[in-house]
Ligand binder design. Structure first.
Ligand code: ADP
Ligand code: MG
Length: 725
C-alpha cells in the first residue's frame, strides 16, 4: 500500500513522476496536496471568449466543425477543429500527417476536454483564439469511466503546466487515492466534532473527486483547518516555550536615565506612546522574557518608545541592543540617540551626567579601531546601549549583561536571527521588542508573527501636516516641469527633497531585473543616470547628493550626515532610504518609475517627508497607462494615508506566499488553501484550539499524528514562513 511519504515514482511510474517533479511534487502526499484550482461542471460553459493569450488552459467544449485541407506549404495538411461553448469559439489546429488522428477522434458533436496554450491568430476578420496541437480527451466517448465521470461528477481542474494536462494529473491523483493509506487524522476527534469537520481521508477524496460542490466545499474547509491548526500549534508551542524561559526582571526605577531623559524630551509623549510605554515597562519587570511586536505607522514615533524601554533596562543594570536592518538606519539611530540623550550618553567623559551611559555602534564595515572600541564597550558593559546592523549577530560580539533586544523594522529579521541575539544574554533570555511600520493585518499577525504579543501606536504625534500624494504621468510635460519647480520652491524656503529611483545604474554586479515581467519594458530609471541629468537640467544650481546601497558605508554616512545637516538640498537615492530615515526638514519626495515599487513600499517611502512642521508632498511619476493595474495601485496610494488599508491591498495583490516569505526561497508555501485575508475565522478558531491543546498536552504525546505533521512542517519549512517574512 502506498504511503504519503512514498516517492511518486513508485506510485505513478517514472514518466508521470518526472513531469510531476516539474510542479515540485515529489511524494504521494505532495500530489494529494496539489489541489484542484476549480471544478468543471457538466453543462458549465467555459467562456471561450475570455481566454487570455499565452495562458495554459483546460476547457470543456463541443466540437462544432472539422475541416481538413491540403496545403501546398509543408507539412502538406492542416486540420482545423472548431469547438464552441455555445457562444464563443476556439480553433484547434493540427498540422501534418498526425492531424488525421484528431480528425477521427473528434467528429462534430463530440464533447471533450481540450488543453494547451492559447495563441491569438490575427487576420483581417479580427482575432481568432486557437490552441495549436492541444491535448484532448473526449468525455462522452466509448470509455465507460469517462462517460460516468462526465455524467455524475465534477471534473477537477488542476494548476497544470506544459506537457502535463489537468486530467493527467487527475489520473495520477486517482491512483493514489485508490491505493494509498491516507494516514492518521491529525485533527483530534473532539475538535472535529466541535467544528463539524469531516475526516482526513474523506477530505482528500472530497477535494479531488467531489460528487457535488457541497462536498468540495466541506473538504476544502477541513483541509484549510489542517493548515491553520498545524501552524497555530507550532506557534502555541513557541509561545509556551518562551513563556517558560527565565529572564532577569528589569523594573523601572524612580530616578535614573529614563527619568532624566523624560525630563529632557522636547515634546510631550502622545497618549499612545505613554500607554504602550507602560505596557512594555510592566513586561520588562516580569521574570519571563517579553516578546512584543510594536506596530505603528510611519512617523508614529516608535523610536522614542524603544529608547525609553532601553533606558529602563540600563537603569536596572542591564544592556540593550538596537538592531536595524540597514547601515544607514543603524548610523542614524546611533546619531539621533546620542543627540537625544545629550550628556546622558557621555558616560566616562568630561561633561557627562553622573549616571551617564555610552551608546556604541557596531556595523559590518566600520573601521577596525571604531569596531574594537564598540566591541569592548559592549563586552565590558560600558555601553548601556549598543546600536548595530546584523553585525551584532556575529559570534564574537559579546555583552556584559544583555537585558533587552529592540529590533527595528522587523520584516527584515527572522526568528532565527532574533534567537541568535537572545543567545547572547547570559543570565536568562533577554526581553525582545520588535518594532515595525509595516502595518500587519490581524490574520498575518496571528500567523507569521503569531508568537509575539502585539501593541500598536495608532495616532501620529500632534502637529504633523498630512502628506499630499499625486500621480504624475511622465508624458505630461507641464506636470513634469511643475514637479521640479516644486522642489526648487521648497529649497528656496530652506527645505529639502528626495528623488527616489528604482535602480542604482552601475550595471555590473546588479542583479538582473525580474526577467519574466520586465522583458518587454525598458530598464527602470537609475540614480546614477538621473542625478546628473537633474543637476544639468531642472535642478541646476541646487546642491544634490547621491545615496545608494553599494556606496561605501562611510560615504553613505557622510552623505546622510550632510543631508541631515541641510548641507544638501536634494538627495537622489534608491530605496536605501525606505525605512526609518528621519530628516524632518524634508518636505518633497519625487518617486521616479513609481509603478516599479510595491504599494507598502511607496507608503514607507513617502513617510520620509512631512515629518516636521511643514506639509509633505509626494509625487509618483509613472509611465503606466491611465487604465492599467499599475496605475490603479498608484492611485490607491495617492488616495489614502492609511497604511493599514494599503497593506491589505498589497496583500490582496501579492500572492500569499510572498507575504510568508516564499518568494525569497522559491519554495512552496505550506499554506495552499488558507488565505490570510479571507479565512480569518478559521485562523482565529484554530488559534484558540491550538493554544488549549498545547496547554493541556505541551509535548503532543496524545496527538502523535499532529506531532508528526508538526515535525515535518518545522523541518521543511521552518526558515520559509515562520521565520523569514
Ligand atoms: P517611526 O515610528 O516611523 O520610527 P520616529 O520614531 O522616527 O517614527 O519618529 C518620527 C519623528 O517624530 C521623529 O523626529 C521624532 O523625534 C518625532 N516624535 C516622536 N514622538 C513625538 C511626539 N510625541 N511629539 C512630537 N514629535 C515626536
Ligand atoms: Mg523608525
Amino acid at each position: 500500500m502506498t504511503t504519503l511519504e512514498q516517492p511518486l515514482v513508485k506510485a505513478v511510474g517514472p514518466k508521470a513522476a518526472k513531469k510531476l517533479a516539474a510542479l515540485d511534487l515529489e511524494t504521494a502526499g505532495d500530489l494529494l496536496r496539489h489541489y484542484p484550482r476549480r471544478y468543471a461542471q457538466r453543462g458549465e460553459l467555459t467562456d471561450l471568449d475570455s481566454l487570455a493569450e499565452g495562458e495554459y488552459v483546460t476547457v470543456m467544449a463541443e466540437v462544432e466543425k472539422v475541416q481538413g485541407r491540403r496545403i501546398t506549404r509543408k507539412p502538406g495538411y492542416i486540420l482545423e477543429v472548431t469547438v464552441t461553448d455555445g457562444s464563443g469559439r476556439l480553433t484547434l489546429t493540427f498540422f501534418g500527417k498526425g492531424a488525421h488522428i484528431p480528425e477521427r477522434d473528434l467528429p462534430p458533436g463530440t464533447r471533450g476536454l481540450f488543453a494547451g496554450k492559447v495563441t491569438f491568430y490575427r487576420s483581417g476578420r479580427g482575432v481568432k483564439r486557437q490552441l495549436v496541437h492541444p491535448e484532448y480527451k473526449a468525455v462522452a466517448g466509448d470509455s465507460a469511466d469517462a462517460a460516468r465521470e462526465f455524467a455524475e461528477e465534477l471534473i477537477p481542474v488542476y494548476p497544470a503546466t506544459k506537457g502535463l494536462t489537468s486530467w493527467q494529473i487527475a489520473d495520477c491523483v486517482r491512483l493514489i487515492l485508490d491505493g494509498a493509506d491516507l494516514g492518521a487524522d491529525s485533527l483530534p476527534d473532539k475538535l472535529r466534532k466541535r467544528h463539524r469537520l469531516i475526516g482526513l481521508a474523506k477530505a482528500y477524496h472530497g477535494i479531488h473527486r467531489p460528487q457535488d460542490m457541497d462536498e468540495a466545499w466541506r473538504a476544502r474547509r477541513r483541509l484549510k483547518w489542517d493548515e491553520a491548526f498545524v501552524l497555530q500549534t507550532a506557534l502555541a508551542q513557541r509561545r509556551r516555550a518562551s513563556a517558560e524561559l527565565a529572564a532577569t526582571p528589569r523594573p523601572a526605577g524612580e530616578k535614573g536615565l529614563l527619568a532624566a531623559f523624560d525630563a529632557r524630551l522636547p515634546f510631550e509623549l502622545t497618549e499612545g506612546q505613554r500607554e504602550v510605554g507602560a505596557e512594555i515597562a510592566a513586561d520588562l519587570a516580569r521574570t519571563h522574557p517579553m516578546h512584543r511586536l510594536l506596530q505603528g505607522d510611519v512617523g508614529a514615533g516608535k523610536t522614542v518608545v524603544g529608547l525609553r524601554a532601553m533606558l529602563q533596562v540600563v537603569d536596572a543594570g542591564g544592556q540593550a541592543a538596537l538592531l536595524a536592518p540597514t547601515e544607514v538606519l543603524a548610523q542614524q539611530h546611533h546619531r539621533s540617540i546620542v543627540a537625544m540623550l545629550g550628556p546622558l550618553a557621555q558616560g566616562g567623559q568630561l561633561g557627562g551626567a553622573d549616571d551617564a551611559t555610552r551608546v556604541a555602534l557596531l556595523t559590518g564595515s566600520q573601521g577596525a579601531k571604531a569596531r574594537r572600541e564598540g566591541l569592548l564597550d559592549a563586552a565590558s558593559g560600558a555601553a548601556g546601549i549598543v546600536v548595530g546592523t546584523h553585525a551584532l549577530l556575529q559570534e564574537h560580539v559579546q555583552f556584559a549583561d544583555l537585558g533587552l533586544v529592540v529590533i527595528d523594522e522587523q520584516h527584515r529579521f527572522g526568528v532565527e536571527q532574533r534567537d541568535a541575539l537572545r543567545e547572547k544574554a547570559t543570565g536568562g533570555r533577554p526581553h525582545v521588542l520588535v518594532m515595525t511600520a509595516t502595518p500587519i493585518p490581524r490574520t498575518v499577525a496571528m500567523t507569521v508573527y503569531g508568537d509575539l504579543d502585539t501593541s500598536a501606536l495608532t495616532q501620529l504625534p500632534a502637529g504633523r501636516s498630512p502628506i499630499a500624494t499625486h500621480v504624475v504621468p511622465a508624458g505630461n510635460r507641464a506636470y513634469w516641469d511643475r514637479s521640479w519647480q516644486r522642489i526648487r520652491e521648497e529649497a528656496g524656503q530652506g527645505r529639502q527633497a528626495y528623488v527616489v529611483c528604482p535602480r542604482i545604474g552601475d550595471e555590473e554586479g546588479e542583479p538582473p531585473p525580474d526577467a519574466s515581467e520586465e522583458e518587454a519594458r525598458r530598464p527602470p530609471l537609475a540614480v546614477l543616470d538621473v542625478a546628473p541629468k537633474l543637476t544639468e537640467g531642472p535642478l541646476h544650481g541646487l546642491r544634490l547628493g547621491v545615496l545608494h546601497g553599494r556606496m561605501h558605508p562611510d560615504e553613505k554616512d557622510a552623505v546622510m550626515r550632510s543631508f541631515a545637516a541641510a548641507e544638501l538640498d536634494v538627495l537622489v537615492a534608491t530605496t536605501v532610504i525606505e525605512v526609518g530615515v528621519d530628516v524632518p526638514n524634508s518636505t518633497v519626495m519625487v518617486v521616479m518609475d513609481a509603478d516599479r515599487f510595491g504599494v507598502s513600499q511607496l507608503h514607507q517611502l513617502r513617510g520620509r517627508v512631512g515629518r516636521g512642521r511643514h506639509a509633505g508632498l509626494c509625487l509618483l511619476v509613472t509611465e503606466a497607462a491611465e487604465e492599467s493595474k499599475a496605475r490603479e495601485r498608484l492611485d490607491a496610494v495617492a488616495s489614502t494615508l492609511d497604511g493599514f488599508e494599503l497593506s491589505r491591498l498589497d496583500l490582496e495583490q501579492r500572492r500569499e506566499g510572498d507575504v510568508l516569505g516564499e518568494s525569497q526561497s522559491g519554495r512552496r508555501s505550506s499554506l495552499r488553501l488558507l488565505t490570510l485575508l479571507k479565512d480569518e475565522d478559521i485562523i482565529r478558531e484554530a488559534r484558540t484550539e491550538a493554544t488549549a491543546l498545547v496547554d493541556a498536552d505541551p509535548e503532543l504525546r496524545e496527538h502523535p499524528a499532529l506531532a508528526a505533521e508538526l515535525a515535518a512542517l518545522l523541518d521543511e519549512e521552518r526558515a520559509e514562513y515562520l521565520e523569514k517574512a
